[in-house]
Every structure is written in C-alpha cells, then in structure tokens.
Design a protein around this ligand. Structure first.
Ligand SMILES: [Zn+2]
Length: 464
C-alpha cells in the first residue's frame, strides 16, 4: 500500500484513488518566459518519479501539468525582447521539453496551455460571480476570499491570521485586502481577450483550477507542486474550485522542498541562479537527476559541486556493477545455484518497494540500490556465476532504473576540465610533432560535439 504525506492533513495517509487502478494527478508547471532553473527541475523530477512508481504498482496515471503562457513576466519579456507573447512561450516550451527530456522526465499525459482555455476560464469566473464568490470592480474581477469558510485549510492559517498585515495598496480595486484577482483588465498594448468584464486576461491562480477541472474533472486524486506554491497559489486554487463545484478539489496534496545553492537561497540578485539548460552542458543530466532524488522530495536540497560529484561517483559504482554483470552474462551458464543470492535479490526488491511505498522515499531506495550493487560485486568475485542469478540481478537493476528514471547506460559527457586536459595533451603532441595523436584527440572530441578553434589566445573549444 502506497502511503502519501498529505500537506492538507499533515500526515501520511493510505493512498486510495477515486477509481480503482487509476490516478488523476495535476502538477503545477512553469511560466514559460525563460529556461527552467533547477528549482523548476525539482518538482518535474520528483513528481515524475512518483508517477513512475505508481505506474510500476499497476496504476494508469493521467498526469496533467500546465504551462503558464500568459502572465506579467511574459508580458514584460515581450516588451524587452520586442516579440509577441506566444512566440516567446512557444520557444520556452520547446526548451522545457528539451531540458526535462535530458533529465528523463516523461511527457505528461497532457500539457495544457492557458491560451487554449480562455473560454473555460471566462465561464468558470462567471459561475463564481453568479454564485456570489466573486465580483467585478472597474474591469477587474476579484475572488471574495471570506466567502469560502475553509480558506486557509491547506496552509493551516485562519483568515483572521491573514488579515493582520494585509492592506489594500493605493490604486487597487478590491473590497478586502484578502481578495485576489481572477481577471485583470488589460493595459494599453497588452495581450488581451474579450470577456463580459471587458478586455483583459486571467489571474494566475484561476488557470490551474480551470485546467485541472477541464482535463481531470471536479475532484482529482493528487495535486502536486513546489512548497512555495502552498500559499497563496494552492490555497486559492482550492477556494476557487470548491466554490465553483461544491466538491473536494484534490484528495492528496504533495509539496516538494526547496533547493539552496551552497546553502544560500537561489536568486538572480545573488548571481547563483542555475538554469538547467546551462548546467547540463557541464553535468550529466542523469547525474543531476540521481543527485536530486538522493534526497527525499519533501526535504530541502543543498546543491553544490562536491555533493553532485559524490552523487556522480555513487551512480558510477552502480552502473559499473551493472555493466560487469551484463558482460558476465554473455559467458555464464546455468549452474544450479543454491538460491542464496536469489533470496537476497528478492529481499532488496521488497526493501526498495517498502521505502517507495513510504511516501516515495527515494533516498532510502537508493541506499537499497547501493546494497544490491555490493551484493552483486560480492557475487561476481565468486568462482562461478550462474546465468539466471545474474539475470535476476540485472532485472532488479533495470526495475530500479525504470522507477527512479535514472539511466544505467552511461552517456559520455565530458566535463570542461576533461576537455581542457585533452587540449593540453593535444598541444604537447603537436609540439612533439606527434600529429597522429593530435588528430586523434581532435576527432574524438568532434565526435562528442566539441569543436576546437585556434585563436590568438591559443586553442579554444565550443560545444557544437
Ligand atoms: Zn497551479
């Protein structure tokens, strides 16, 4: 039985989906005005792993993750880049698939976009207005927060707690500082859609309520996202959806923890903002994924080079055992092994499942994977290896790899230092008139997409 820590009740609960064997899951996706940073990569990887494990357990998972392709950041980018909003959104959606694909994140069953749901959004807001949960104010529409008695249930705060410190800024058109925007009047020159309240665009929170309902129905099983979205985003999604449908919006709420960079918060002003697009040129994305899931999804991750290198070494060890076993398999035959190792393998598989059942504890699951590698190495040091036992080891490794989304086939991605070392070696070879070796190095780098260029400052490389 899978148990999930539900942010709503703050405890682990048995996972019982609405419909036997089927899971309806919604994960808040990125705003597509830039490449994703490693903070966005974490929920993508964490909840992809949840999905993979649920699929392993036999569930059919309907996984929906949205793209926010209309919002203030996109409008700002559109002005700065002198490009239309949809052009920018298309570009960064392509980049999102490229980057998450490198991280071995499966495509969602559906990736809905806000722009394709304007009619649904307007209808949804209209119902909220008609039911007295929202009101129009000079071209904007606001949600009347106090009209929802259970407001604050996800973030565990009462409306009265929230009231302290909340105030209406000058120029705001809302009646109560706790109210939030559902529809925003367009400013001159901004992208806009017609609505009963005039030309404008939706607020951020309403998008997810509408797209979750459109693609998954009134009640979903799992709603997931980053911890920073709990309040106000998810709290507001609950308020909108439950006022609209009078049904429970989501039965299980899952939130992943933060990522710090060298123990500091990631921010543009600190200059430690890491884009996945850039970092995977230096770090094997497979290692990045392995590193991220080596921490339980609810715990914070501290990202730094040493820890990533330690993860790389750990993965390397697992991969090396796997490859040796595959090689051995080619020459092994069945020898009627006593079954000791078979029972060890079964035990490790059971332990792996136990940890994954326990709120997807990938950190402990990886420990089990290391233990299995240790057992495999021990087995291969013995005098004979039985074909079927080796196959059982390989199958277990394949299963762990599939569930965790970590590839066992090593893709050689050279680090900058390794390239520099090869360039140095090539320079020496050339100085010694060993042109064969020099050419060999250039060609092998070229095969891996690295182009050498002779410049005044010496040989430089670029990734082609
Ligand atoms: Zn959302």
């Amino acid at each position: 039985m899978v148990r999930i820590f539900n942010s709503l009740t703050r405890q682990k609960e048995d996972f019982e989906p609405l419909e036997d064997g089927k899971v309806k899951m919604y994960v808040c996706g990125p705003t597509v005005y830039n490449y994703i940073h490693i903070g966005n990569a974490r929920p993508a990887i964490a909840f992809d792993t949840v999905r993979r494990y649920l699929e392993y357990k036999g569930y059919t998972v309907n996984y929906v993750s949205n793209f926010t392709d209309v919002d203030d950041k996109l409008i700002k980018a559109s002005i700065e880049l002198k490009e239309e909003v949809p052009v920018i959104a298309d570009r960064f959606i392509d980049a999102f698939f490229e980057d998450t694909g490198a991280l071995n994140v499966k495509r969602a069953t559906e990736h809905p976009r806000v722009m394709d749901h304007m009619d649904d959004i307007i209808k949804f807001i209209k119902v909220l207005v008609d039911k007295g949960h929202a009101y129009e104010s000079d071209g904007d529409v606001y949600f009347k927060t106090r009209s929802f008695d259970e407001y604050g249930k996800l973030s565990h705060q009462s409306v009265d707690d929230l009231k302290v410190g909340a105030r209406i800024e000058s120029g705001e058109k809302k009646e109560d500082p706790l109210d939030f925007v559902l529809w925003k009047q367009a400013k001159e020159g901004e992208i806009k859609w017609d609505s009963p309240w005039g030309a404008g665009r939706p607020g951020w929170h309403i998008e997810c309520s509408v797209m979750a309902r459109r693609h998954l129905g009134d009640t979903i099983d799992i709603h997931a996202g980053g911890q920073d979205l709990t309040f106000p985003h998810h709290e507001n999604e609950i308020a909108q959806s439950e006022c609209m449908t009078d049904a429970t919006f989501a039965n299980y709420w899952m939130h992943n923890g933060y990522i710090n960079i060298d123990n500091e918060k990631m921010s543009k002003s600190l200059g430690n903002f890491i884009l996945v697009h850039d970092i995977i040129k230096e770090i094997d994305p497979n290692v990045l994924r392995f590193f991220m899931i080596s921490v339980h999804y609810r715990n914070p991750i501290n990202y730094n080079r040493e820890l990533v290198e330690a993860a790389a070494a750990g993965l390397e060890r697992i991969q090396s055992s796997y490859h040796q076993a595959k090689e051995r398999l080619e020459t092994s035959v069945g020898s009627g092994d006593d079954g000791l190792y078979r029972s060890i393998i079964d035990e490790k598989i059971a332990a792996f499942e136990r940890h994954m059942d326990d709120d997807f504890n990938t950190a402990n699951a990886i420990t089990v994977w290391h233990e299995l590698a240790t057992e495999l190495n021990k087995y291969m040091r013995g005098a004979t290896t039985d074909k079927e036992v080796l196959e059982a080891f390989v199958d277990a490794f394949d299963m762990f790899s599939e569930v965790l989304g970590v590839r066992l086939v090593r893709e050689e991605i050279l680090l900058d230092e390794e390239i520099e070392a090869l360039i140095e070696e090539r320079n020496t070879a050339r100085a010694n008139r060993d042109f064969a070796r020099a050419d060999e190095i250039r060609d092998s780098l070229k095969e891996q997409g690295i182009v050498l260029e002779d410049t005044k400052e010496g040989v430089r490389f670029r990734r082609g």
